[in-house]
Design a protein around this ligand. Structure first.
Ligand SMILES: [Zn+2]
Length: 283
């Protein structure tokens, strides 16, 4: 009996299979050459894994219509119009559950820490996040709350892929930072100035979230988020400058699962069949 987790990111495909306590894992760069070559790579990766998959959890961030067809997926435009569930289920050969990458990462981080009030912020190709409050994942009225990458931060800011201007993602994605600074993606992670700018923006987000849902922990993940040296300490330090007297701020830390929190969340989805975690309150 094998449980399978897939994390379909903007530039990589991460796959983990767990069977009787044994774990297989592959993380492959996933060029955007079109849906056929994307699926060929997925099939290739799956051939090296146990085939008795009972359920798969998939972390991805497309917009789908009520029929399950992809209507928008900025990082995989060639998948638009595709019946996502059917396509992945046929490829994997088992029932598939989908979750937003940031949401699943929040679930995984809350589960592993036992923290009932945790916010996850992932800085990767884009910016994503999820909010666990009072032991429950915040889903909102229409099921997609916690899209922290689209927090409107600056109406005069650069355009976001969603069509609005000044979203958190439009300020902090590596692509946006490269445009702003002229640095290559590799140079970005080594730049103290970039780290300071990212920390300043995230500190505002931490304070904003603090006023709204009062998390006790904020975990930073995503490939870019974990590559910026000392980011959690910088964010925590800068958020203090925004604190109100007598109000505690959350501890800011690197995600326990580092850049792979979404994959860990996809495995929670595969294993349990749901993301409705219940945690006892924690300080
Ligand atoms: Zn946006």
């Amino acid at each position: 009996m094998t449980f399978l987790a897939l994390d379909i990111g903007g530039t990589k495909l991460a796959v983990r299979a767990v069977k009787a306590g044994r774990t297989w894992e592959r993380i492959e760069p996933w060029p955007r050459d079109g849906v056929e070559s994307d699926l060929a790579l997925l099939r290739d990766v799956l051939t090296a894994l146990p085939s008795d998959v009972v359920r798969a959890g998939v972390s991805a961030a497309p917009t789908v219509d009520s029929e399950g067809h992809v209507t928008a997926w900025p990082s995989r435009p060639s998948w638009c119009g595709l019946d996502l569930r059917r396509t992945i289920e046929e490829t994997v050969g088992a029932p598939v559950l989908f979750g937003d990458d940031g949401t699943l990462a929040a679930v995984a981080e809350a589960e592993v820490t036992g923290c009932a009030d945790l916010v996850y912020l992932g800085l990767g190709t884009g910016v994503g996040g999820g909010v666990v409050s009072d032991g429950r994942l915040i889903r909102g009225a229409w099921g997609n709350a916690g899209e922290l990458g689209h927090l409107p931060m600056d109406p005069a800011g650069p355009p976001c892929r969603c069509g609005r201007a000044g979203c958190l993602q439009a300020l902090l994605s590596p692509e946006a930072l490269s445009r702003r600074t002229g640095l290559s993606p590799k140079e970005l992670a080594a730049s103290g100035q970039v780290a300071a700018f990212v920390a300043d923006v995230l500190a505002r987000v931490v304070v904003l979230l603090s006023e709204l849902v009062q998390p006790s922990r904020v975990h930073l993940g995503g490939g870019f988020g974990v590559a910026l040296p000392g980011l959690p300490a910088r964010v925590e330090e800068r958020s203090l400058a925004w604190s109100r007297r007598g109000h505690r701020l959350p501890a800011v830390a690197t995600a326990v699962f580092g850049a792979h929190a979404s994959l860990a969340g996809a495995m929670v989805l595969a294993r349990t069949g749901e993301t409705g975690l219940r945690q006892s309150r924690s300080a």
